[in-house]
Design a protein around this ligand. Structure first.
Ligand code: ADP
Ligand code: ADP
Ligand code: MG
Length: 500
């Protein structure tokens, strides 16, 4: 069937990204917004926009009834959930389908099967996908967990069964610390996911996070789009992603790809999804989880495969068969993505909401910027504080790395603190250059990586800059970048970023 009008049940950069795909496919894009997002970029760009509630997510972007109503009101025939929010909520998927709309995502049963990590592990075990040794039980006592951890061998990781976004995770190195870690993880999991269940996995020391993008149509065709490496993590959340992985050779690539396709087939997967693996320094790989949605870092795969994943999602949801087979797919060149956040690395990465007095994105060959905001827009305290994803592509990894370094140098943000200099330090680090960053690297080198930051400006600096910029913005012939390149008392080295 031909999809005509799409409700985008999300906000920010991913809503903007989906609007672009809709435009190219001739699909009308209907945005939704909360009180905090009146006049936001995704609202401005959409063909139509519907208010769905107050700023707190539960009142708006997580409000299933309001979203379905908005879709009906505007004559939508399909719904794209983006990532985060309701994208992995099987009740929302089912409600969309029950309302007679097309769900641009996997079947609710596949979401359910992968939604609880312990159940996904059981399923993957039956499908012969390699698993990290672990222990799971809904009735076990702490004593049972301690006994299991002895069997698995320390260190172990306590993980939330219903987890996501790196929350409800604890690394435990000795039996004495296990009861406290179990209690802490349960508490965090209950608060974050409303599900206190936890389980154990052997902790893979110096592991690498490598994931496989899969695509499946509704005609039984399932392919993989190779790997992304996302080992640059802070608190188990991704900071930089790239493809190909510097660790993976062809044999490993195809073994991981086959395992991911098996995993997808085992749950009757349709649409785009990602199978995440943890990889040991000896290159053994184990299933971690499957994310049953579009991933934040999907652009790196788009740049190396030349495919548009969001357009493919729409085509698949519309019932079209995949326009290629596995043999048609190849990786070309190298892509890297950095997540630019409004946060202050010098104060424990605390979010830094506020108005973007200026946001100048890098503009150069081989650079793509996916942003939900522009100058004058606000990073609200209600949602994720990402400003933009900066993505680069070049023939070689080193070429892409240098291109990213230059792109970050050209990124100008005024009005909020950002992690830009932290990203620059990471991209410029010898370990990143060598392709040797593992999932523990950032935490182990935090002082070094944040020292490069020239520090948050004091209140007086900020006031002066704000005043200077409001004058600049009244004068359209001078851009913020020109101001940035003008020597002045506040300029702090090249790039001229001042955090607040
Ligand atoms: P990924 O591998 O795609 O980063 P995660 O499971 O870490 O997957 O989280 C999904 C993404 O969705 C995260 O980057 C997170 O910032 C985003 N996200 C989760 N919840 C929200 C939310 N309430 N609002 C906006 N973004 C969210
Ligand atoms: P989430 O749903 O929060 O994304 P994951 O299972 O994907 O949870 O784990 C998040 C991150 O935690 C991984 O990317 C990896 O860095 C780390 N991790 C998870 N399990 C293990 C493990 N068994 N050994 C080592 N690191 C792990
Ligand atoms: Mg994960």
């Amino acid at each position: 069937m031909v999809l005509k009008t799409c409700l985008i049940a999300n906000r920010g950069e991913i809503a903007v990204r989906i609007i672009r795909a809709c435009r190219e496919m001739g699909v009308r894009a209907v945005a939704v917004y909360s009180d905090a997002d009146k006049g936001a970029r995704h609202v401005r760009l959409a063909d139509e926009a519907v208010w769905v509630g107050a700023a707190p997510p539960k009142d708006s972007y997580l409000n299933i009834a309001a979203l379905i109503k908005a879709a009906r009101q505007t004559g939508c025939d399909c719904v794209h959930p983006g990532y985060g929010f309701l994208s992995e909520n099987e009740d929302f998927a089912a409600a969309v389908i029950d309302a007679g709309l097309v769900w641009i995502g996997p079947p609710p049963d596949a979401i359910r099967a992968m939604g609880v990590k312990t159940e996904a592990r059981s399923l993957m075990e039956r499908a012969n996908v390699p698993l990290v040794p672990g222990f799971q039980s809904d009735t076990a006592t702490d004593a049972d967990f301690i006994e299991a951890a002895d069997r698995i061998g320390y260190p172990v990781m306590v993980k939330a069964a219903g987890g996501g976004g790196g929350r409800g995770i604890r690394v435990v190195r000795r039996a004495d610390d296990l009861p406290e870690a179990l209690a802490g993880a349960r508490r965090e999991a209950q608060n974050a996911f409303g599900d206190a269940r936890v389980f154990l996995e052997r902790y893979i020391e110096h592991g690498r996070h490598i994931e496989i993008q899969v695509l499946a149509d509704s005609h039984g065709n399932t392919v993989h789009l190779f790997e992304r490496e996302c080992s640059a993590q802070r608190r188990h959340q991704k900071v930089i992603e790239e493809s190909p992985s510097p660790l993976v050779d062809d044999a490993m690539r195809y073994a991981m790809g086959d395992a991911a396709v098996e995993a997808a087939r085992a749950v009757g997967y349709v649409n785009a999804g990602t199978v995440e693996f943890i990889v040991t320094p000896e290159k053994a790989f184990y299933f971690l989880e499957m994310n049953t949605r579009l991933q934040v870092e999907h652009p790196v795969t788009e740049l190396v495969t030349g495919l548009d994943l969001v357009k493919l999602q729409l085509a698949i949801a519309g019932g079209e068969p995949l326009p290629f087979t596995q043999a048609d797919l190849a990786q070309r060149g190298h892509a890297i993505e950095c997540r630019l956040y409004a946060e202050d690395p010098r104060s424990g990465f605390v979010p830094s909401p506020g108005t973007l007095l200026a946001f100048e994105a890098p503009d150069a060959p081989g650079v793509r910027v996916d942003a939900g905001v522009e100058t004058g827009d606000t990073i609200t305290p209600y949602y994720d504080s990402m400003i933009a994803k900066i993505i680069v592509h070049d023939e070689t990894r080193e070429g892409a790395r240098r291109r990213m370094a230059a792109a970050l140098r050209d990124t100008v943000v005024f009005g909020v603190a950002t992690n830009r200099d932290f990203l620059r330090a990471l991209v410029g680090h010898a370990a990143f250059t060598a392709g040797e960053v593992d999932t523990t690297f950032i935490e182990a080198h935090l002082d070094e990586l944040t020292a490069a930051d020239d520090g948050a400006a004091n209140a007086l600096d900020m006031a002066l800059i704000a005043a200077a910029l409001s004058e600049v913005q009244a004068e359209p012939t001078i851009s913020a970048k020109q101001v940035a390149s003008t020597p002045d008392p506040w300029a702090r080295g090249d790039g001229f970023r001042i955090g607040g």
